[in-house]
Design a binder for this molecule. Sequence first.
Ligand SMILES: Nc1ncnc2c1ncn2[C@@H]1O[C@H](COP(=O)(O)OP(=O)(O)OP(=O)(O)O)[C@@H](O)[C@H]1O
Ligand SMILES: [Mg+2]
Length: 237
Amino acid sequence: MLELSHVTWVLPEGGTIIDDLSLVIPKGKLSVVTGPNGGGKTTLAKLLAGLIHPTSGRIYFDGRDITDLNITERANLGISYGFQTPVRFKGMTVKGLLDTAAGHTLSFDELCELTGKVGLCTLDYIDRDVDASLSGGEIKRVEIASILARGTDVSIFDEPEAGIDMWSFNGLVDVFKALKEEGKTMMVISHQQRLLDIADEIIVISAGQLRDQGPRDQVLPGLLAGEIAGHCPLGRR
Ligand SMILES: Nc1ncnc2c1ncn2[C@@H]1O[C@H](COP(=O)(O)OP(=O)(O)OP(=O)(O)O)[C@@H](O)[C@H]1O
Ligand SMILES: [Mg+2]
């Protein structure tokens, strides 16, 4: 279980992006975080992954205070994070990245299984560099495969659907369903109803605050009715 307790994150130049946020990402469940653009979802993910440090408040993992641990220390505890816009690594091949993520040299069969899950043909991709030559959808798939290779108990995905074509999207939904069945804890940031539809828990973030959280059947109807809107102090959006 991941928990935020009264977490606030303020920009160095001022401006509160996350505003006294308290919430729980339950263990062994698929929590989908959604809400308007600019609401603070990616910032929340970065706070949980240890990429940024709260201005105030604490973060707990299975009861342990991890607020002062960095991304590597949190990764070692079993928390993986996939960027909204994946990082490209010059001079590293897809196989190299997946081997590094898995922590051992993957066999051809293991590589096939991993790349197959994200809809990439192993033979076409394992020797490609993870650089600018990969398309937006390809790099996103490679990154999802690297999170699967890591096999950690907790995985945070930031808009995994971004750039994934609609023909491959069902495969991605199946990947999350399978992880759910394995009892993994997942926090998936998404605007996609097909991912909201398989969520155990839905968390709505807007203007850096928790607008709603609860079981899918409780939260989804309000979302679909368009009750969550962005907030502008001037009254415009
Ligand atoms: N380092 C930063 N400097 C300035 N503003 C920032 C910084 N990081 C985040 N923000 C601002 O904080 C707000 C929340 O950003 P965040 O990326 O968390 O939103 P989001 O909910 O993930 O949005 P989206 O759905 O578009 O991905 C945005 O207004 C963004 O511009
Ligand atoms: Mg974002």
